[in-house]
Design a protein around this ligand. Structure first.
Ligand code: 5GP
Ligand code: MG
Length: 187
């Protein structure tokens, strides 16, 4: 899938390009059309809630391709491991600006791994009385699921490897690569 124009040279940490920039862009287009279709009769603007930091590039690309009325908002949560949190534990670090009560909400996430993050967010938003909640996730690691989560708009299935680029980092590195790359396992 990689081509030399959209894929700058790999560094020593990166094994291979999994999804190149052109494939990303085509898939985001398709997802935007699906989301447009699903929400075409929406009464109030759809609230897109991006999960920081990983989703910020997918959010920017997706939101610019939607034709339905929408609002962009963000939420930040702690990810397991980052501060020595217990696996599966999710903490809210920064809340949305919008009041989600009575609104149609689409959670925008970079990657689905165990499913803990999204199941926490779906529970949280339901408890706030949203009118509807659904999710879009750019990447999915099906082998890693621990809790079932219903994803309405999914970008790509990938194997159980650590990936970076297109918003995803390794210790804050490689987040702004224009493609998705697989890392060599780190010590
Ligand atoms: P879950 O709660 O589904 O286990 O975890 C999802 C979160 O784990 C993602 O939002 C992301 O922050 C992180 N994550 C899982 N796999 C990867 C990966 O391969 N690369 C990066 N950069 N983050 C990942
Ligand atoms: Mg994330």
């Amino acid at each position: 899938m990689a081509d030399s124009l959209s894929s700058p040279p790999l560094t020593k940490d990166l094994r291979r390009v999994l999804i190149d920039a052109d494939s990303i862009s085509r898939r985001v287009d398709e997802l935007a059309r699906e989301i447009d279709e699903r929400y075409k009769d929406i009464e109030e603007p759809l609230i897109l809630v991006g999960v920081l930091k990983g989703s910020f590039i997918y959010m920017a690309d997706l939101a610019r391709k939607l034709t339905i009325p929408h609002i962009v908002d963000f939420i930040a949560i702690s990810s397991y491991g980052a501060q020595g949190d217990k696996r599966g534990e999710v903490r809210l670090l920064m809340d949305t600006r919008e009041n989600l009560s009575g609104r149609d909400v689409l959670v925008v996430e970079d990657i689905l791994d165990s499913g803990n993050t999204l199941s926490y967010l779906i529970r949280l938003f339901k408890s706030r009385g949203v009118k509807s909640i659904s999710t879009t996730v750019f990447l999915d690691k099906p082998e890693r699921h621990e809790v079932p989560v219903d994803i309405a708009f999914m970008g790509f299935d990938i194997p159980d490897v650590w990936v970076v680029g297109y918003g995803l980092d390794y210790k804050e590195k490689y987040r702004t690569l224009p493609y998705i790359a697989e890392m060599y396992p780190q010590k």
